[in-house]
Design a binder for this molecule. Structure first.
Ligand code: PHE
Length: 361
């Protein structure tokens, strides 16, 4: 029969060799469980005479206690090791530098167009478009700017090479040709805005050879100057977010509108800074007028039956004013630092100013 010492050292070796709590439990059951090796030896005590039994019993109990203590110690060590392992595996290195920002920005021009569209959409306007390369007819003639008209020179037009008939197409100098295209294609009522690219041979801090305008056209029965004023006052206040923004209509001239008015908004200029709102100064922001009856007739409308108003504004200009961007040329530099500074996160939609509720047209 195996001696008690041999059995003990065998079990102790098993305890120390167990590398997991599960393995240790197997060792424990094998030694101290009901049918374990130590328990079996305990049973053998019954067959001994009293003297022998006492000595063997004491020895067995001591061994049992030693083994139980060793298992407990081993259990603690293994639990600690398991916890350490988990902590190491699940650790987050908070000292790791953040990943560089890769978020894109919306260009101020895109943002401004979205805002303008949102405001006019609230007033029931839809967006219309036309070609950048335009015929002389749509860009000038149909808009009551005949061949010899000085306005043709003023526009610093880019001409394309002449075609077989000697006619030269132009890069549209304004979005107004889309007025004509829309009137030719549809019947009143019309309520459109036309954001788009326009081109003039001009280049300095406030002019770029390619720039953006937004045209507006409203045609209907009984449309009058009051509609024009209400619509544009609402727009200016909503766009600049100033409820009581002063808006001034100053007589002007455009061949395609009669009467025509330049629209100014109130501002103050102190210490080189520009502040939009009530003040002692004015800023011109758009051109407007009642559609000239000649233009209506050119489009096949009866001017006795339909009237309307039109307006046109420079997108870069209103973006520069609203967002304090000093140089127009920077819009097209594709400088990422500029974009980070002036650009917009793409997920926040433009807010239409609350003052717009109950729009005017
Ligand atoms: N087309 C004009 C311009 O480019 C602006 C305008 C549009 C004026 C519509 C009146 C009506 O300057």
């Amino acid at each position: 029969m195996q001696t008690l010492d041999d059995l003990t050292s065998e079990i102790m070796a098993g305890v120390n060799a167990a590398t997991s709590l599960d393995a240790l439990e197997v060792v424990r059951i094998d030694a101290l469980g009901k049918k374990g090796r130590v328990s079996l030896m305990m049973r053998e005590l019954g067959g001994m005479d009293p003297e022998e039994r006492k000595a063997a019993g004491q020895a067995l109990n001591a061994v049992k206690d030693r083994i139980a203590a060793a298992i407990e110690t081993r259990q603690e060590a293994l639990s600690r090791a398991a916890l350490d392992e988990r902590l190491a595996a699940e650790a987050i290195d908070v000292s790791l530098p953040a990943r560089p920002e890769t978020e894109a920005r919306l260009h101020p021009l895109s943002r401004t167009i979205e805002e303008v569209v949102a405001i006019f959409a609230e007033m029931g306007f839809t967006v219309a478009e036309g070609p950048d390369i335009e015929s002389d007819y749509y860009n000038f003639t149909a808009l009551n700017i005949p061949e010899e008209h000085p306005a043709r020179q003023e526009h610093d037009t880019f001409y394309l090479p002449p075609n077989a008939e000697g006619r030269r197409k132009v890069l549209r100098t304004h979005t107004s040709p889309v007025q004509v295209r829309t009137m030719e294609a549809t019947e009143p009522p019309i309520r459109i805005i036309v954001p788009g690219r326009t081109y003039r041979s001009d280049h300095d801090a406030t002019h770029s050879p390619m720039f953006h305008q937004c045209e507006g056209l409203v045609i209907g029965d009984g449309i009058h100057m009051g509609h024009l004023k209400g619509c544009l006052i609402d727009f200016c206040r909503a766009f600049f977010g100033v409820d009581d923004l002063p808006v001034r209509f100053r007589p002007s001239y455009f061949p395609f509108t009669e009467p025509s008015a330049e629209v100014d908004i109130g501002c103050t200029r102190d210490g080189g800074g520009l502040k939009i709102g009530a003040g002692d100064d004015w800023l011109e922001i758009l051109g407007s007028g009642m559609v000239n009856p000649r233009v209506l007739a050119n489009c096949g409308y009866d001017p006795e039956k339909y009237q309307g108003f039109a307006f046109g504004m420079g997108i870069e200009r209103i973006a520069m004013l609203k967002y304090g961007i000093p140089d127009l040329r920077t819009f097209y530099d594709s400088d990422l630092r500029w974009m980070r500074h002036y650009g917009f996160l793409p997920f926040d939609a433009p807010s239409v100013h609350a003052g717009l509720a109950g729009g005017s047209v």
